[in-house]
Design a protein around this ligand. Structure first.
Ligand SMILES: NC(=O)c1ccc[n+]([C@@H]2O[C@H](COP(=O)([O-])OP(=O)(O)OC[C@H]3O[C@@H](n4cnc5c(N)ncnc54)[C@H](O)[C@@H]3O)[C@@H](O)[C@H]2O)c1
Ligand SMILES: [Zn+2]
Ligand SMILES: [Zn+2]
Length: 370
């Protein structure tokens, strides 16, 4: 069939909407009519070939939500018409997946970043028959239709608003999961969250929903810091003009118990560690552009734990429906982060995300009757 997809032709270039040929889904695949797709910082990282880049030309997009059009013959738990959110790819069969750690699947690279199916074949081609890299996060959902694997297609309730659910598949589950699944923060605890983009603000909302009583947001964007207070931050620190460690020690003389880093910056991570109470625990989420250096000799006697976290340690079949229920109960208002754009305005939506004007851009792609 012919679809319209946003293609990145070369490193760092704009997204171009083009007609692309899409094959039928293979036996374990699912064809999804995309209703909306979120834009995540990781799409830009791949566009710029920093990390996890499949090569070019490529179709990115990994926060898709839509309606199943058809399923391959070995897909039995999903059917045409189901409302779904697409998440990251994993095999579901290796020992890591089987023990509830699917974000660290042995095949994570092949299923999310290789630009092709695991067997190396392609299901997207241009009109000359040349393959286009695809299968980004087992979906490539900057397109009117996407093909996903049965494992990364998560059924959601029909009454949930499909046009905003896509970001649950990556950015939102990442931030919320770091708090709920990784750190499992305790009621009445304290946490510092560095970076208040979509991932950091999802962490702020999850900390509030988990009854943390001190939630400190750190950023260099004052508007985002102000907004974080609406979502549950009890204190904000603008690190452009305030000393983070001194401020945290003034708020919590014994130090802060938990940290989430979404900046990937060495100085920010060291500030968090220097602000910790003994046995503090840090979840590192942000993609870094350089290797990290840590004051290990100072931290050795403190018993700190650092965990590098992919996808909020989420088992998506279980965690995404949970987040939807929290949203429906008013405990997780992630809709407040979202601004929608027509698919044709993808480059504007990307620019607004990169400039910090929009927290979570979502592209409206196909129609559906709510
Ligand atoms: N590990 C994962 O599974 C996973 C999943 C999704 C996203 N990510 C990564 O998480 C990161 C955050 O994603 P996002 O969509 O929220 O991005 P974002 O760019 O919207 O947010 C990052 C925030 O960090 C702030 N920041 C920059 N420099 C800072 C500094 N020196 N001190 C404090 N704050 C600073 C920015 O102002 C911004 O608000 C990205 O690196 C993204 O690639 C990781
Ligand atoms: Zn696996
Ligand atoms: Zn992402």
């Amino acid at each position: 069939m012919e679809i319209t997809a946003a293609v990145v032709k070369e490193k760092g270039s704009d997204f171009k909407l083009e007609k692309v040929r899409l094959d039928k889904p293979a036996s374990e695949e699912v064809l999804v009519k995309i209703v909306a797709t979120g834009i995540c910082h990781t799409d830009m990282v791949a566009r710029d070939f920093v990390m996890g880049a499949p090569g070019f030309p490529v179709i990115l997009g990994h926060e898709g939500a839509g309606i199943i059009e058809s399923v391959g013959e070995d897909v039995h738990h999903l059917k045409a018409g189901d409302h779904v959110v697409l998440t990251y790819g994993f095999c579901g069969e290796c020992e890591v997946c089987r023990t509830g750690n699917s974000p660290y699947c042995y095949e994570f690279f092949q299923r999310n970043f290789s630009g092709a199916r695991v067997d190396g074949s392609h299901n997207h081609h241009d009109h000359d028959g040349k393959p286009i890299n695809h299968n980004f996060f087992s979906q490539s959902s900057f397109a009117t239709y996407a093909i996903a694997h049965k494992n990364n297609v998560i059924q959601v309730p029909n009454e949930a608003p499909l046009e905003i659910l896509g970001p649950l598949g990556c950015g939102i589950q990442t931030g919320a999961g770091a708090v709920i699944n990784t750190l499992k923060i305790k009621v009445g605890s304290s946490i510092v969250i560095s970076g208040t983009g979509a991932v950091g603000l999802a962490a702020v909302m999850a900390a509030k929903a988990s009854s943390a009583t001190t939630i400190i947001a750190v950023d260099i964007n004052q508007q985002r810091l102000d907004f974080s207070k609406e979502l549950g931050a009890t204190h904000t620190i603008n690190s452009l003009n305030e000393n983070v460690v001194e401020r945290i020690k003034a708020i919590l003389p014994n130090g802060v118990q938990y940290g989430v880093d979404t900046t990937g910056r060495n100085d920010v991570i060291n500030n968090t560690l220097a602000s910790f109470a003994p046995v503090g625990e840090l979840a590192v989420i942000g993609v870094a552009t350089r290797p990290m250096e840590l004051e290990t000799n100072i931290f050795l006697t403190k018993g700190y734990k650092i965990k590098f976290v992919n996808q909020g340690d989420s088992v998506p079949q279980e965690f995404i429906p949970k987040l939807i229920k929290m949203y429906q109960n008013g405990q997780f208002p992630f809709n407040k982060l979202i601004k929608t754009y027509p698919f044709e305005e993808i480059n504007q939506a990307v620019e607004d995300s990169e400039k910090g004007r929009t927290i979570k851009s979502v592209l409206r792609i196909g129609e559906y009757n709510a």
